[in-house]
Design a protein around this ligand. Structure first.
Ligand SMILES: [Zn+2]
Length: 189
C-alpha cells in the first residue's frame, strides 16, 4: 500500500460509518500493516507534514481499525499502535481549538475544538481489551481518528470557513479563497 491508496475528500466513503470488527484474524493484522505502510509512504512524500495516524476507511476499508504512531516527535520511529473498535468512553477538560490536518484532506488545515483529555477503550491485535488515557496531541489524534470511523472528517467540525488554511510549498499557512473551501457535512450532534 502506498500514498496513492489513501482516499481523499470528496470521496463519499469518508462520510460513512465503518463496521465493528467481530473476529480478529490475520486479515485484520494485514489491514493494519497496509495502513501503516500507506501512512509512511504518504509521509515520505510530504516535506512539512507528519503521518500521525490513519483509520481504515482512509484506504477504503470500512472497518473500525485505527493505527497511531508511537512517537509524534520522531519521524525515524516508524512504529504504530493498533486500535480495533476504538471508542471514547470519557471526555475531560475544556475543549480547545488547534490546527488540524488529515491525510485525506490534501494541503488543508483547520482549527478544530477537541477535548484535552479522553479515555479510550479498544481491542489490540490479540483481541485483548485495552484502556488508555490520552492527553494533549494524542487526545486530539484519537478524537480525529474515531471521528473517521463514524464518517466524520475534521473539516466537518470547522465551524467557520475562515479557520481553514492552505499549507504552502514553503511550509507556511495561508488563508484560502471561498472557491477552495471544501464541502462539509457537519455532524448531527
Ligand atoms: Zn484524518
Amino acid at each position: 500500500m502506498t500514498a496513492k491508496d489513501i482516499i481523499t475528500i470528496p470521496n463519499p466513503l469518508l462520510r460513512q460509518k465503518s463496521q465493528r470488527i467481530g473476529h480478529i484474524d490475520a486479515s485484520i493484522e494485514e489491514l493494519a500493516r497496509q495502513m501503516m505502510s500507506a501512512t509512511l509512504d504518504w509521509e515520505a512524500q510530504r516535506e512539512h507534514e507528519f503521518g500521525a495516524a490513519l483509520a481504515a476507511v482512509q484506504i477504503g476499508q470500512m472497518y473500525r481499525v485505527v493505527v497511531v504512531r508511537h512517537d509524534f516527535d520522531d519521524k525515524a520511529n516508524k512504529e504504530f499502535g493498533v486500535f480495533i473498535n476504538p471508542e471514547i468512553v470519557k471526555y475531560e477538560g475544556q475543549p480547545a481549538e488547534e490546527l488540524e490536518g488529515c491525510l485525506s484532506v490534501k494541503d488543508l488545515y483547520g482549527a478544530v475544538k477537541r477535548y484535552p483529555k479522553v479515555k479510550v477503550k479498544a481491542l489490540n491485535l490479540d483481541g485483548r481489551p485495552v484502556r488508555l488515557t490520552a492527553t494533549g496531541f494524542l487526545a486530539r489524534v484519537f478524537q480525529h481518528e474515531i471521528d473517521h470511523t463514524n464518517g466524520i472528517v475534521f473539516v466537518d467540525r470547522v465551524d467557520d470557513p475562515r479557520k481553514l488554511y492552505r499549507l504552502e510549498a514553503n511550509g507556511e499557512f495561508s488563508p484560502i479563497a471561498i472557491s477552495e473551501r471544501p464541502a462539509t457535512n457537519p455532524p448531527a450532534e
